[in-house]
Design a protein around this ligand. Structure first.
Ligand code: SF4
Length: 232
């Protein structure tokens, strides 16, 4: 098949054919088949696995991270360590047009405490929407077991919300498989994972979770919110 825009039928066929394929094979097929592909790297554990695989397949692959300006210092340090390890020449920092000061002037101080949906819309969803509009496919590290909202995810799917192909090579992986890969390949990771943070988002909206707690319960604790609006 030529590298071209995939039809809906081809996406469904690829989802079926690659459902049980290894993650690196899914990534290879995505790189081969989808022009204008970009990898959403949050620098969380799953995305470090994918980054390690992707840089081995296509060192010039487009990689981006959503910098909300309120990430943990450990996350910014990991970005630098990942650049040292992998190079990532085509790494893009995607940010809101609104600085934190402008946001505070227009919406009030500490919007994340009062209206995290609005804050995520301004600092994550809008910049992501603009970035994805320039692409034909994106790779994400979502796994089915992470949340009920992710249980129906497929390895290849049409992303209705953003209007492009979505590739999820780790959908079938367990948390243990992610960490086995990280240890086996000596992949750099965020030290916060060793301090009770299974899922790491923004500084103000992530807390550690107790052993046995839902891994995503540390995100937006105190709100019904479980997703930032990227994977609905
Ligand atoms: S996670 Fe919190 S600080 Fe980050 S964009 Fe969403 S509401 Fe704002």
């Amino acid at each position: 098949m030529e590298r071209t825009k995939l039809s809906q039928e081809e996406i469904v066929r690829l989802a079926d054919e690659l459902e049980t394929a290894p993650a690196d094979e899914i990534l290879r097929e995505a790189v081969r088949l989808v022009d204008g592909l970009t990898f959403a790297c949050s620098f969380g554990a799953e995305d470090m696995v994918l980054l390690d695989m992707l840089m081995g397949i296509d060192p010039n692959a487009s990689v981006f991270y959503l910098d909300t300006d309120v990430l943990f210092p450990e996350t910014y340090e990991l970005v630098e360590r990942a650049k040292e390890r992998y190079g990532i020449p085509n790494l893009h920092q995607v940010r809101s047009k609104l600085s934190l000061d402008e946001q505070a002037r227009q919406y009030g101080d500490e919007l994340w405490k009062r209206d995290p949906d609005q804050c995520c819309a301004l600092r994550k969803v809008q910049p992501l929407t603009e970035w994805l509009a320039q692409h034909e496919g994106w790779i994400t590290g979502i796994r089915r077991e992470q949340a009920p909202t992710r249980r129906g995810a497929k390895v290849f799917e049409w992303d209705q919300k953003f209007g492009l192909v979505k590739v999820n090579p780790l959908v079938r992986w367990t948390n243990d498989e992610v960490w086995d890969y990280i240890r086996a390949h000596d992949v750099p990771y965020n030290p916060l994972h060793d301090q009770g943070y299974p899922s790491i988002g923004c500084l103000h909206c992530t807390r550690p979770v107790a052993p046995g707690e839902d891994p995503r319960s540390g995100r937006w604790a105190g709100f019904a919110k479980t997703e930032c609006g990227l994977h609905k």
